[in-house]
Design a protein around this ligand. Structure first.
Ligand code: ZN
Length: 155
């Protein structure tokens, strides 16, 4: 058998090279991780090798807090008040100038981490209290059976 990397005729060993199982010679096995011997060789197609993302974007988005209304405008106004250019603000919060422009136009919802930095740098409040939103929502109370009975008695 020939080594799948260098093509040399040699005693081969199974190794994981860039996520692909290969039969390679001793010399080439150092490019990957040598796997324990197994009777039947099964190649792992490169496409099926899943990339492990430590924090999924979806999870991050679910954790997002509510932003205040007109947050883009608020950021822009606060930045101008501070006499900062988009470039300067970007440098302070670690975002590109174009990203700051998109945020101000509300074309891009900044991640919570960036929002927190913006709040700090611009000295404004961008996150709204979730409790407030809940209270406001409960003010609009549907009529209960009790209400209906009260109304009926009035007639
Ligand atoms: Zn080799």
């Amino acid at each position: 058998m020939r080594c799948e990397i260098c093509g040399r005729e040699a005693r081969l060993r199974r190794a994981l090279v860039e996520g692909v199982e290969m039969m390679v010679c001793d010399e080439c096995s150092k490019y990957g991780i040598v796997l324990p011997e197994r009777k039947r060789r099964m190649a792992v197609p490169a496409m099926k090798v899943k990339k492990i993302v430590p924090y999924s974007k979806d999870v991050f988005e679910e954790m997002r807090q509510e932003l205040v209304a007109d947050w883009g405008k608020k950021i822009k106004e606060a930045r101008l008040k501070k006499g900062l250019s988009r470039e300067e603000l970007g440098a302070k919060v670690g975002e590109k100038t174009t990203t700051i422009a998109k945020i101000e136009n509300e074309e891009l919802r900044p991640p919570d981490e960036t929002v927190r930095k913006l709040e700090k740098v611009l000295e404004i409040k961008l996150f709204q209290e979730v409790e407030d939103a809940v209270v406001k929502h409960s003010e609009v109370r549907p009529l209960t059976l009790g209400d209906l009975l009260k109304n009926a008695k009035r007639d």
